[in-house]
Design a protein. Sequence first.
Length: 125
Amino acid sequence: MSDFLNQFGEDLQKNVPGFIAVSVAEIQSGMSYFSLSDVSDFDPELASAFNLEVVKAKMNAISALGLKNQIVSDIMITLTSQIHIIDISDNNMYMIYLAVDSTKANLGMTKSILNKYKKEIASKL
């Protein structure tokens, strides 16, 4: 598992323009399985913990609204100079949190790489 996650992090770091940080966490428990940051004062595990609350709130809203057969696939938050992408695994158990520099990011490439790994994370963790 750790080899897979290390490869995942290295691939994002190398191939995602504007990469800042990434983490993978279990949604139910909040347990962090992996984190990596290119910015020394950016704590991806802390950011992931806060963004996990956003995911849980959205899941609760879907339930409260009675939206049948609807799941959260991803959430994108645009800040002044960063984009934070919250991607949910296909089995709805894991969250991938990725922060990128908005002036350098290529969202199409970034989403493509995340989608590749999102399927594997569900099966390997």
